[in-house]
Design a protein around this ligand. Sequence first.
Ligand code: OGA
Ligand code: MN
Length: 294
Amino acid sequence: MAFEIRPLTSSGFGAELIGLDPTLALDEPTFQAVQQAWFDHSILVFRGLDMTPEQHIAFTRRLGPLHIMVPLQYNLDGYPEIFVVGNAEEGGKAVGMRRAGMGFHSDGEDKAIPNAGSFLYGVIVPPEGGDTIFADMYAAWNALPEATRAKLSGRRARFSRVELHHVHYPHLPALTEQQKLDRPDVWHPIARKHPRSGRTALYIGRWAVEIEGMPAEEGKPLIETLCAHAQKPEFLYRHRWQPGDGVLWDNRCTQHCATPFDEERYTRRMHRTTLEGEVPLLASAAAVPQGVSV
Ligand code: OGA
Ligand code: MN
């Protein structure tokens, strides 16, 4: 099936795919072309989808093994592969996780094996607010000053759910001692090599608390600087949701951030499938591009 790839930004970060079957039941050559577009553009936007949970799961599974989110309480009844995000209720009971993903992050960055990708489907979306902002972490890495890239090359950052859970999820109960044991701190390379594209991305996010081999007085402000750098407007794409939109993102080379909406007035119900990932690869120093320094 022929389809059009329309870039969403002048840099080519993000692309909308036009002309695909709204159930995403694609023949193999079409699927291969879609997957290649994903590696080329990091974020894919589909409009006017009409997928059952089975179709949503079936399409995502072609990209790799699926991850089942824990705790299971936010997963769709009968479809543990679908994680529900938003304030929707059924019979007076919340069906999804409210206020998920506020603050720039990539999914699973606080786990030893972060998620490779996520595919979020807008089932019910508010008429205003609730946009999702995406950041191009390849471009963010390439635009860092040479000296900063040299300082970061070969180093890892510590990501800590335990230290920051109450900061990012003030409306949720504190972690229990068992949950803390289940979510130990993890170390990931800051210059991360994408296993499919071979390109280097800046890998940092809202759970990062320490840089290997740096005292806190140096590491913490550097993390803040890197996070602020990644949020510069030239690296961003803002998605304004319409019902039936799907956004497939690559957590290895992008970040994303939810934005608020009027939760008293509006319902937002998003279904997310999540791809299992791999241990993040450290980019070799040779991967630092030539001539891109500031
Ligand atoms: C997510 C997430 C952002 C949003 O589902 O991983 O961060 O805007 N969602 O819902
Ligand atoms: Mn997220």
